[in-house]
Design a protein around this ligand. Structure first.
Ligand SMILES: N[C@@H](CCC(=O)N[C@@H](CS)C(=O)NCC(=O)O)C(=O)O
Length: 442
């Protein structure tokens, strides 16, 4: 049996948990999995020694293999259990396949900023409405696992003070508050990120009015990517959860459907809806849209294209520029070829703060929703681009696949640049070992 080490309130844990649940319920995960709360004891004594990082989620496979980072976990399980895949075949469905990976990247590494912001902004002193109490308990569940409720809450509250300086979040940002500034979501930019999030939710609301999942009637990798921001942060946290249910009810329903738990009304993969036949017998049919399948003939839902459009408008220029900054840094005297690079998504990696903050060499200017700011370069995003480079070459291996992919990319300004990933990544390829990232030594 697999063991998933996770937290309920963790962005990337939600992504992997929903994926594992789907695979298991489809009978495509061997002996299944146990969801293990990654308590402080386990993080210190087991996760960190095994992977070099205490971040969750981490997966222990039945053969003892240890996998970290949500995308690596999904890749590992898809390779071991290819039945009922979550990624369309690149040979026959190159457009759907590429779109799945791009949406995963967008959800993991771009939407993370506003989802992270919603949690911590509405936990600040004096902010109304406020979900700090709920978050104290969520964190206390890990920090003081098994202790009585008031002690769990107290443990969360104390941690928010010592690790995040929550009472001085605006004057002396630490921990998550420093992370938000480092990701380009400090004062002056937070409302631009929020506008981006609202734009995305509006597009998703339209999409889920027509289709139950991103590619039709069953989930795919992109759905699990989006569950990251949407489940633990925007759906579960109280303030954002109220706003989501109030303004985006169809997207809320999709969260329940894609998460695959307690969702009888929302319906889910494999569920049947029944009507009564003439003789009073139950007559069943697939409960989800599009006959319970991905759209035929590698079609992408029309309503999904504007979501991909947001990736190309907002995130792609930032990724492209970050690749240039990383290339310059790796070639500079400040870095030894083959040496370690920062690995974290949410905050500057300890030991790399001077490079990833202020005007450091691993920071760059970027624009979101017309507002310009500065943010850190996140080498993990380059690792994700390398993964997409491999997918792209599978998708474009034949002339028909190439034509289909070019046709898709031509719909977006800058879309074709994706076909030149090889040149973009030439000087900044990374090597991933567990949670740690290194430049290539050759
Ligand atoms: N890129 C990773 C990110 C994992 C991650 O950042 N996890 C967060 C919680 S969602 C965490 O554990 N942060 C605490 C830490 O880094 O020590 C993934 O895809 O799994």
């Amino acid at each position: 049996m697999y063991r998933l080490y996770s937290w309920e309130h963790s962005y990337f844990s939600g992504k992997v948990r929903a994926y594992l649940r789907f695979k298991h319920e489809q009978g495509s995960l061997g002996d299944g999995y146990e969801d293990v709360l990654a308590t402080v004891d386990l993080i210190q004594g087991l996760l960190t020694p095994r992977s070099g990082s205490g971040a969750v989620p981490q997966l222990e496979a039945p053969d003892g293999t240890w996998v970290q980072d949500s995308s690596a976990i999904i890749d590992h399980c898809e390779a071991a259990h290819p039945e009922v895949p979550v990624v369309p075949d690149p040979a026959t469905s190159p457009r759907q396949c590429l779109a799945s990976y791009l949406l995963e990247l967008f959800a993991d590494e771009w939407v993370v900023v506003p989802a992270f912001w919603e949690r911590w902004y509405f936990s600040e002193d004096g902010r109304e409405p406020n979900h700090r109490a709920f978050n104290e308990l969520q964190w206390g569940a890990v920090l003081a696992a098994g202790a009585p409720g008031p002690m769990r809450r107290q443990a969360g509250a104390g941690f928010f003070q010592t690790a995040f300086g929550i009472s001085e979040s605006r004057t002396e940002p630490k921990g998550v508050y420093a992370g938000l500034v480092q990701l380009g979501c400090g004062e002056g930019l937070e409302h631009a990120w929020q506008a981006s999030q609202h734009q995305l939710l509006g597009l998703l609301e339209t999409h889920f009015g027509a289709h139950d999942y991103l590619l039709g009637g069953r989930p795919s990798l992109g759905d699990y990517g989006l569950i990251g921001p949407l489940y633990a942060h925007l759906y579960r946290d109280a303030v954002s959860g109220f706003a989501l249910r109030t303004h985006f009810p169809l997207t809320t329903e999709w969260v329940e459907r894609a998460n695959g738990e307690s969702c009888l009304n929302a319906r889910k993969y494999g569920q049947r809806l029944y009507s009564l036949g003439d003789d009073g017998q139950l007559v069943g049919r697939p409960a989800t849209s599009d006959g319970g399948a991905w759209l035929e003939d590698d079609a992408l839902p029309k309503t999904l294209l504007p979501v991909l459009g947001m990736f190309f408008d907002e995130m792609w220029p930032v990724l492209r520029d970050a690749a240039h900054r990383l290339t310059d840094f790796i070639a500079s005297d400040a870095h030894e070829k083959g040496g370690e690079l920062p690995g974290k998504t949410f905050i500057a990696t300890p030991g790399f703060e001077a490079l990833q903050t202020g005007d450091g060499p691993l920071t760059h200017e970027f624009t979101i929703q017309g507002v310009t700011g500065r943010r850190m370069v996140v080498p993990y995003q380059i690792w994700m681009l390398q993964r997409i480079e491999a997918v792209l070459s599978a998708c474009t291996a034949g002339p028909e696949g190439r034509k289909a992919v070019e046709g898709l990319l031509d719909a977006f300004p800058g879309g074709r640049e994706l076909l030149e990933l090889d040149a973009l990544l030439a000087g900044c390829r990374v090597r991933k070992e567990g949670a740690l990232l290194y430049s290539r030594s050759e």
